[in-house]
Structure formats: structure tokens, C-alpha cells
Design a protein around this ligand. Structure first.
Ligand code: NAP
Length: 243
């Protein structure tokens, strides 16, 4: 089976590492991004320089028509879509719930949850038996992220539940749906959250005494997508250094 994957939010961080790893394993990769075109094109260049197949596609994955265009463009480019990684996500600066605006809460939910719903829906219409989906949740779904990002944590809790439900719904169709829950990973997302050095600050609280690398998350995603995980569905891998 020719493997074709969409990685949402593939322009940087965990999505970029996942796109590159999957391409090295023979997947044709759609590197989705929102606004950072140069970063997305750089990921594609790194893949094609090594003989892999990839293209970049701008789509706001919280927007229904953008998501449909993303899937149609990938099919047109590479043929039948076989795998999906729902990785795109955002968080905003640390705040207590009492100070959160509804506008911010809705933005986090639509970017992190509506995107997962829309992409899963378009994927299960197209993916045949043997295909797989991985959702990128967060350890925050377990911690609740009090005093920091309860909105973000709640969005990841919704992703966890969506993963469980959909995995059971499509299991008999031969489609597997799993989830990874990273902890503190070295990416630029923490600057968006108002604290670029957050991972360093919290390292001593992590049992393994360090933050994770995007590639360490990508490895778990690639395994869950692969046939090596052929009897794994509705499962969650915590990649959080023991936290
Ligand atoms: P990141 O470096 O901030 O990258 C986020 C990616 O998502 C970018 O490619 C961005 O595209 C894309 N994106 C954002 N909004 C989008 C939208 N509306 N439509 C399409 N793409 C969109 O983040 P990261 O740290 O790699 O995190 C990736 C995933 O892992 C997220 O779901 C995050 O919640 C989760 N996670 C991260 C950590 C961590 O410590 N880093 C921990 C737990 C979970 P542009 O660059 O074009 O804007």
C-alpha cells in the first residue's frame, strides 16, 4: 500500500519532526501549516533533498472549507490518503480561569478540537482498512493545567475523548485511532504561551530530569501509525519523561 499522510501543523516543532520522520519511512507527506510558509517550505525542502515526497499546503484546520481543500489537494497530489496526524494546536499566555475571555476559550477550542473533529471526519471518509490516525493531545489533559492554561487542557481532554470514541466507531472498518500525550517538549510553542524557557524551568520536576525532543514524540507517532502497532487502537502513549 502506498502511504499518504497529512500532518497538520507540520511547519515546526513536533509536526515538522513527524513530517520528516514519516517521509524517511516512505510516506508521501502533506505538510500542512497555517501562516509560516517559509518554515513549511523548509520542511518540504529537507524531505525532498533526501529523496522523499512532500508538499506544503496552507489551511486553517479549524475552518471546514479549508480542511476539505486540504484533503482534496493531498489526494490530487499523492492519491488515496492512508494516514493522518492531528498535530496542529495553540496555547495562549498563562492565566487563571477567572481571567479568561470567552473569545480566547473559543479560539483554543476551535483550533485544537474542531480541527481534530473536521480532519478525522474527512479522513474516515477516505481511509481504507489498514490506515490509521494519531491525535496529538497533551499531558495537560491529565493535569488540567491549573493557573496556566485550563482552556488548553480542556481542549486536549476533548481530543482524548474523541480519540476513544472514534477508535471504537471505526475499529470494525480496520482503521486504528490512537493518541500521544507529550509533556514538556522543546518547541517554540512555549514562547507563544508567554514563557520561552518554560521547559528548562520545569526540568527538575520531570522524573527523567529533562524536557523532551520533538523527535522523541515523532517516534511514538510513527510507531502508532505503522503496521508494527497493528493491534493497537484507542490507546494513549504518554511521552512526558515519567510525569
Ligand atoms: P508549535 O511549535 O507551536 O507548532 C504548532 C503548529 O501548528 C505550527 O505548524 C502551526 O502552523 C500549526 N497551527 C497552529 N494553528 C493552526 C491552524 N489553525 N491551522 C493549521 N495549522 C495550525 O507547537 P508544538 O509544540 O510542536 O506542538 C504540536 C502539538 O503538540 C500541539 O497540538 C500541542 O498542543 C502539542 N503538545 C506540545 C507540547 C510541547 O511541550 N511543545 C506538549 C504537549 C502537547 P504555523 O507555523 O503556520 O502557524
Amino acid at each position: 500500500m502506498s502511504k499518504v499522510v497529512i500532518v497538520t501543523g507540520g511547519s515546526r516543532g513536533i509536526g515538522a519532526a513527524t513530517s520528516k520522520l514519516l517521509a524517511s519511512k516512505g510516506y508521501a507527506v502533506c505538510v500542512n501549516y497555517h501562516s509560516r510558509v517559509a518554515d513549511a517550505e523548509s520542511v518540504v525542502s529537507q524531505i525532498t533533498a533526501l529523496g522523499g515526497r512532500a508538499f506544503a499546503f496552507a489551511a486553517d484546520v479549524s475552518n471546514e472549507s479549508d480542511v476539505i481543500k486540504l484533503f482534496e489537494a493531498t489526494e490530487k497530489r499523492f492519491g488515496n490518503i492512508t494516514h493522518l496526524v492531528n498535530n496542529a494546536g495553540i496555547l495562549f499566555p498563562q492565566s487563571r480561569l477567572v481571567d479568561l475571555s470567552l473569545e480566547r476559550f473559543n479560539k483554543v477550542m476551535s483550533t485544537n478540537v474542531n480541527s481534530c473533529f473536521l480532519c478525522c471526519r474527512e479522513a474516515v471518509k477516505r481511509i481504507n482498512a489498514g490506515g490509521a490516525i494519531v491525535n496529538v493531545s497533551s499531558a495537560a489533559s491529565r493535569s488540567g493545567a491549573p493557573n496556566e492554561y485550563i482552556d488548553y487542557a480542556a481542549s486536549k481532554g476533548a481530543m482524548d475523548t474523541l480519540t476513544k470514541g472514534l477508535s471504537l466507531e471505526v475499529a470494525a472498518d480496520g482503521i486504528r485511532v490512537n493518541c500521544v500525550r507529550p509533556g514538556f517538549i522543546h518547541t517554540d510553542m512555549h514562547a507563544d504561551g508567554g514563557e520561552p524557557n518554560r521547559v528548562e524551568r520545569l526540568s527538575s520536576q520531570i522524573p527523567l530530569q529533562r524536557g523532551g525532543k520533538p523527535e522523541e514524540v515523532a517516534n511514538a507517532i510513527a510507531w502508532l501509525l505503522s503496521d508494527e502497532a497493528s493491534y493497537v487502537t484507542g490507546s494513549f502513549i504518554d511521552i512526558a519523561g515519567g510525569k
